[in-house]
Design a protein around this ligand. Structure first.
Ligand code: SGN
Ligand code: CA
Length: 530
């Protein structure tokens, strides 16, 4: 049944919301459509979720996100279509690649996300769901398809953040992750007795740069030494020009002042000044109590060269992981509220990030590249009674699949022009014979901040073929089995000739399947940022 037909049917039944179809005497499999809580954070590396990373679980556990994995399913290969914030969100909403939803870069020449197009929240709404969006949105235009929305403008602020809703712009007092959680729980409470199912997107700002921990977690990692990735000092000798010419190293790009809070009195860059200016007296005192001694120690040690990179890496991890503690706490509060209110039985809870992130691998922070750390994103899903607790899936799933998965779970029709696939069979633990064995990727935001060159490519369970283009024309081929940290480009290596040939054929097939033309690579032009 098509969505429109189904929603017309629901309407013609008057009081019969989807959830009541069975009691209205209709034969339907989905007697009680599930609620959906879609939690997403911003730039949360899968390596920074303890369910994925044993080394981390000892020093920086994320027990509540892990709880979703323990009660549900952990996906070990969730790949994004385009590893950057706005485009990832647009792909999630539309179930389409960037060249189809026309939102290819954060700051994009054709303007903001076109909210008049089809999105899964709109289809859920038409299908009888109450929908809400709370937190980071980052698509420029106002949200569409939501009964309720309350969002951060642009990137938002960590301390005493500004929000925008249908009535306008206003400021809140407190720390952003706590406020987004409070707002979500408030929304859930006020609609508690409503008969319709709901879908709420709780989208966090944390752990986005400049990684400002909340008052509660400022000292959380005091004295902790974080394990370094083994390629922290990668010299890119096995890689291509794109890896060498980026601007996202801990060594050169990460700022001591704005990023790592090592300003002297009266010094500091623009973003730092803006953060401090937003704090009240008490917040500022707690902040200084943490960072002043660190700054003094930094001045005393005066690290140089590799020692400075090591020092910066430790500081980066301390702040980044502390912001994640506030996200993990948020997840715990939502899970507790669901249990306490009795809603947990029929509610799907999803935790993911808009993309992955580099935590010092290749010497980097940020994302954008098709290398595994930023291409892959964390994904854990629980759905009591449907997903076997503690299960693990290794299929190649994607943020492209969320829209059709949610529609399928709601018992609504697949609109047919979306480009992903419902993950429901996988969630049920079944084998889906038609599931993808290769994934298509395309990043367009160049020239722009961090100088990651444009590239598209294909990934299978073992190999990746990437084409870096625009100001260069270079191919790279990686073998995740022989070289799990992707430090050796095997393109044109005779040992990989047949693999290379096959990947080229499959890449062409995927570009054709998804309707991406060679012109699209140049049509989708970002606005240059400083
Ligand atoms: C800001 C950050 C960048 C980051 C982009 C995009 N600089 O420009 O480091 O890559 O956002 O991030 S900052 O100094 O302002 O933090 S995204 O998650 O929104 O795509
Ligand atoms: Ca992001």
């Amino acid at each position: 049944m098509k969505n429109k037909q189904k929603s017309a049917l629901t309407k013609s039944l008057g009081l019969c919301s989807l959830g009541l179809l069975a009691s209205c005497g209709l034969q339907t499999e989905e007697i009680a459509p599930p609620n959906i809580i879609f939690i997403m954070s911003d730039d949360h590396a899968w390596q920074a979720v303890s369910a994925y990373n044993e080394r981390l679980s000892e020093v920086a556990p994320t027990p509540h996100i892990d709880r979703i994995a323990a009660e549900g399913m952990r996906f070990d290969r969730c790949l994004v279509t385009n590893s950057i914030c706005g485009p990832s969100r647009a792909a999630i909403l539309t179930g389409k690649y960037s060249h189809m939803n026309d939102y290819a870069a954060n700051v994009y020449v054709s303007g903001n996300f076109d909210g008049s197009q089809q999105t899964f929240p709109k289809l859920l709404q038409e299908g009888g769901y109450q929908t809400a969006m709370i937190g980071k949105w980052h698509l420029g235009s106002d949200p569409t398809g939501f009964d309720h929305w309350d969002i951060l403008p642009g990137q938002g602020h960590y301390y005493n953040p500004t929000f925008i809703n249908k009535d306008g712009t206003y400021d809140m007092h407190g720390y952003v992750s706590d406020i987004i959680t409070d707002k979500t729980i408030e929304w859930l409470k006020q609609r508690k007795d409503d008969p319709e199912p709901f879908m709420v997107m709780m989208h966090h700002k944390a752990p986005h740069r400049e990684w400002e921990p909340g008052p509660k977690y400022l000292d959380f990692f005091k004295g902790v030494e974080f394990p370094e990735p083994h390629n922290l000092f990668d010299d890119y000798s096995g890689m291509g020009a794109a890896a060498r010419e980026q601007d996202m190293t801990i060594e050169h790009t990460m700022r001591l002042d704005a990023d790592l809070k090592m300003w002297g009195p009266g010094a500091g860059g623009g973003p730092y000044q803006r953060t401090i200016a937003r704090m009240d007296e008490e917040q500022r005192q707690l902040w200084d109590r943490t960072y002043e001694p660190i700054r003094e120690e930094f001045e005393r040690l005066d690290p140089q060269g590799k020692d400075l990179v090591r020092w910066k890496y430790q500081r980066y991890m301390y702040d980044y992981l502390a912001t994640i503690q506030s996200v993990d706490e948020s997840v715990g509060r939502i899970l507790d509220y669901l249990k306490e209110s009795g809603m947990d039985e029929n509610t799907i809870v999803v935790y993911t990030s808009d993309q992955g992130f580099y935590l010092g691998e290749h010497g980097w922070f940020d994302k954008r590249f098709m290398y595994e750390e930023s291409y892959r994103t964390p994904l854990v899903i629980k759905w009591p009674g449907k997903i076997r607790p503690g299960s693990v899936n290794t299929d190649i799933v994607s943020n492209l699949d969320f829209a059709q998965t949610f529609l399928d779970a709601a018992g609504l029709a697949d609109p047919e022009d979306m480009q992903g696939r419902s993950m429901l069979p996988l969630l049920r633990g079944e084998t889906d014979e038609g599931w993808r064995t290769a994934h298509y990727y395309h990043y367009y935001e160049y020239p722009a901040v961090h100088s990651v060159k444009r590239h598209y490519g294909i990934a299978t369970d073992r190999y990746k073929l990437m084409h870096f283009y625009y100001d260069i024309d270079e191919w790279e081929l990686y073998d995740l089995v022989a070289d799990p940290h992707e430090m050796q480009n095997f393109y044109n290596d005779p040992g990989y000739a047949s693999v290379q040939e096959e990947l080229h054929v499959r890449l062409d097939e995927l570009r054709e399947k998804y309707g991406e033309s060679a012109e699209d690579s140049f049509r989708l032009i970002p606005v240059q940022q400083n």
